[in-house]
Write a protein that binds this ligand. Structure first.
Ligand SMILES: Cc1ncc(COP(=O)(O)O)c(C=O)c1O
Length: 361
């Protein structure tokens, strides 16, 4: 009998969105649209593709473990020191490092009830306890989070915009919140979807990092930059925090292709603008159509819209899949009648809306 750490016993493996090829095979379909994993429907920057191809010749070498070229670009562009960034194999790995750096057995961490599952994975895998604060109208209730703070609290995890609800709080709300959090508690401000936010009052968290040395800002190249398969994300925080992350970061965790693609993608502002505009048009179109059909949804600052079907989300998920659309059921997030619909191209959204209309007849 092989003994394993009992702390991982209650943990369940992450359930990703169903791959397109899988669904085609299962249902005998030729066309399947994936609106399940908040990926970029426009692909990625052509400059990033070129960079990937160019870097293939270096595949036999280990990558630069320091991500120097990408680090220097981001530092210069964001007005921060290169030593204030830690890179991860996706933002997921930076989140996993948070647990390794800060969580001792029995420590408490806090997040919201309806949010990204990897926060709990980071904490529970280190024998920590995740405390869930209630949401307010499916948005993070920052006061409820403050009220859950105890002497045992180590880390607070917040997604802004939130996954899966798409809600976001403002600069003023963030400032009030950060003022209330004791300085010995780390705040993980996960802004994986920040580039999609259209609210002019969306927070400028980078500016807050100078004042609040307990905050780590999480970013990713998986969403607006369209590089999800390459796995590159990063955290920005005070040097003293980043130095701790460097102790647990695997040495060559970002591939050469990922570094080169992220570098090129970051500089292609034209692609980023197109992705932003496509997303806004898709959200506007989708929400107008849902209003017309009479389907409830949560207004979104991200690239997906949480939609209330009124039926068992797992059944709706299955029925939509049979018709060639992969969405994300809300059940694993505790939202049993909801589905999360990633915004595709306008054409994809028109097709999806037709299917929703037909099934509402
Ligand atoms: C809120 C949030 N944070 C982080 C991530 C992880 O991103 P990455 O692909 O960089 O690991 C996701 C992915 O969906 C997410 O929704």
């Amino acid at each position: 009998m092989i003994n394993y750490r009992q702390t991982i016993k209650p943990m369940t493996p992450y359930v990703p969105g169903r791959p397109i090829e899988d669904v085609k095979r299962e249902f005998g379909l030729t066309d399947v649209v994936k609106l399940a994993s908040n990926e970029n429907p426009l692909g990625c920057s052509p400059r990033a593709k070129e960079a990937i191809i160019k870097s293939l010749k270096d595949t036999n070498y280990y990558p630069d473990g320091n991500c120097t070229k990408l680090r220097d670009l981001l530092a210069k562009s964001l007005g921060i020191k290169p030593t204030e960034i830690v890179f991860g194999c996706g933002a997921d790995e930076v989140l996993a490092m948070v647990g390794k750096v800060f969580v001792n057995p029995g420590d408490e961490c806090i997040t919201g009830e309806e949010t990204f599952s990897q926060y709990a994975a980071s904490v529970v895998s280190m024998d920590g306890v995740m405390i869930y604060a209630p949401m307010k109208n499916h948005a993070f209730d920052l006061d409820a989070i403050i009220s859950k703070i105890t002497d045992k609290t180590k880390v607070i995890f917040i997604a802004n915009p939130n996954n899966p609800t798409g809600s976001a709080f403002t600069q003023a709300e963030e400032e009030v919140f950060l003022k209330k959090v004791p300085s010995n508690i780390v705040v993980v401000m996960d802004e994986a979807y920040a580039e999609f936010a259209s609210d002019p009052d969306y927070p400028q968290t980078l500016d807050m990092l100078r004042k609040y040395k307990n905050v780590i800002l999480i970013k990713t190249f998986s969403k607006i930059y369209g590089l999800a398969s390459l796995r590159v994300g990063y955290g920005i925080a005070d040097e003293n925090l980043i130095n701790l992350f460097e102790k647990v970061r695997p040495p060559f965790n970002v591939t050469i292709q990922a570094q080169e693609a992220a570098y090129a993608a970051y500089l292609d502002r034209d692609f980023v603008r197109k992705a932003y505009e496509n997303n806004r048009s898709a959200i506007d179109y989708y929400c107008k159509e849902m209003d017309a059909i009479g389907v409830n949804y949560i207004p979104s600052q991200a690239n997906f819209v949480m939609t209330d079907t009124g039926y068992d989300s797992l059944k709706v998920f299955y029925e939509l899949m049979k018709k060639g659309y992969i969405v994300r059921p809300g059940a694993p997030f505790g939202m049993d009648t909801w589905i999360r619909v990633t915004m595709g191209t306008l054409e994809q959204m028109r097709g999806f809306v037709r299917v929703v209309r037909d099934s509402c007849r």
